[in-house]
Design a protein around this ligand. Structure first.
Ligand code: G3P
Ligand code: MG
Length: 360
């Protein structure tokens, strides 16, 4: 009841700025909040826990649906984050579901729940690479040596009866492959992807036209829990591409999404506007599609990777203002030489001090 009372009273001025937070290396490392991120985020909410300042998470990471990521982040960071506020590397894949691949067989690769993510985006005929490769005996010659446990259980393969009941795997061509999140088993995934890509989507058959290949990002490295950077999806792309180009007469063709692509920042601006309107109870404006009615004077991108977050914000131009933290990939004393940020700070908390001092 106190919440709805607050909602009735709480109609502050719409701020003319918004914030996009990178996640890995700015907000968390592994599963641990860093750089005072919990305190920093709390400052974006009013007394009643209502959102005061529009913000989104703009991450190249992923592997779970936005709704699940929003609840995981809410729990970890102690604030109420809406699915709308989570923009992941693979989020734009949803635009390809209706337009191209709604009923086509597609394969989803990566940690977490890549097939669930794609199914929720509207891909009706999607299989994870785990499931897809389990149908082909001997496709991974090393599988017998991989006795690791998955979710506390040794992974079981489906029986061939279950397979034919569900899918016509052996005659239906894979039309596209989506690298949703970081590959868990590079050796198996590179082998199976080479099979799918060089045969036109039917492993074990003769060469055919390469199915489309999409990556959620092209990050060479990112900051995880380990003290030095970890190899990311861009490193996996290089490995796959180098091998494919040695065994196939035509060079690998692919498309990479994620930061630093300018459209990611354009989309983030549109999402921030939606967040702004919904947090200020301007539902009529949202419903009427008036999300373009109130332009932002400044949009802050807070990131840890100069080649990804800062390069992207710089390329996007006005109204983006880039802030580089020293809690992740970047550790330099001065600014980055090739992609200098508008501001360099130690932590996200310091970035928030700067923004709030400047804006209020
Ligand atoms: O796998 C995650 C990594 O590529 C980067 O995540 O949040 O730093 O954009 P983020
Ligand atoms: Mg990062």
């Amino acid at each position: 009841a106190s919440r709805s009372f607050c909602q009735l009273l709480y109609r502050p001025e719409r701020p003319s700025f918004g914030i996009a937070f990178d996640i890995d290396g700015v907000i968390i490392r592994g599963h641990t909040p860093i750089g005072g991120s919990q305190q920093a985020l709390r400052r974006l909410y009013g007394d009643c826990g209502m959102l005061k300042i529009p913000f989104v998470f703009l991450t190249n990471g992923g592997g779970v649906p936005e709704s699940k990521r929003a609840s995981e982040l809410s729990e970890l960071l102690g604030v109420n984050i809406l699915p709308l506020q989570v923009v992941q590397g693979h989020s734009p894949f949803k635009n390809l579901a209706k337009s191209r691949y709604e009923n086509q067989l597609v394969v989803a690769v990566g940690k977490g729940e890549p097939a669930t993510v794609m199914f929720e985006y509207g891909f009706k005929n999607v299989l994870s690479i785990d499931e897809y490769s389990s149908y082909f005996d001997g496709i991974d010659p090393l599988s017998q040596f991989k006795n690791w446990e998955i979710n506390g259980e040794i992974k079981k393969r489906s029986t061939s009866k279950e397979i034919t009941a569900r899918h016509n795997i052996f005659s239906e061509r894979v039309k596209a492959v989506f690298i949703v999140s970081d590959s868990v088993d590079w050796s198996r995934d590179i082998q199976v992807l080479c099979d799918i890509l060089r045969t036109g989507g039917l492993p074990g058959r003769e060469n055919g036209q390469q199915p489309r290949l999409y990556f959620a990002n092209d990050d060479l490295e990112y900051q995880g829990a380990f003290p030095s950077e970890r190899l990311g999806m861009g490193a996996f792309r290089i490995a796959l591409e180098s091998i494919f180009n040695r065994i196939h007469p035509h060079a690998l063709e692919y498309t990479c999404f994620g930061k630093p692509n300018p459209f990611v920042f354009k989309n983030a601006e549109a999402v921030l506007r939606q967040v702004q309107l919904s947090s200020h109870h301007d539902h009529q404006a949202v419903n009427n599609g008036l999300a373009g009615g109130h332009p932002f004077r400044t949009l802050y991108m807070i990131g840890d990777n100069p080649l990804v977050d800062i390069k992207g914000a710089r390329q996007a131009g006005h109204p983006w203002f880039s802030i580089l933290t020293r809690t992740g990939v970047f550790r330099g004393k001065e600014n980055h030489a090739e992609f200098p940020a508008d501001l360099v700070v130690d932590t996200v908390e310091e970035a928030m001090d700067y923004i709030l001092r400047k804006e209020f």
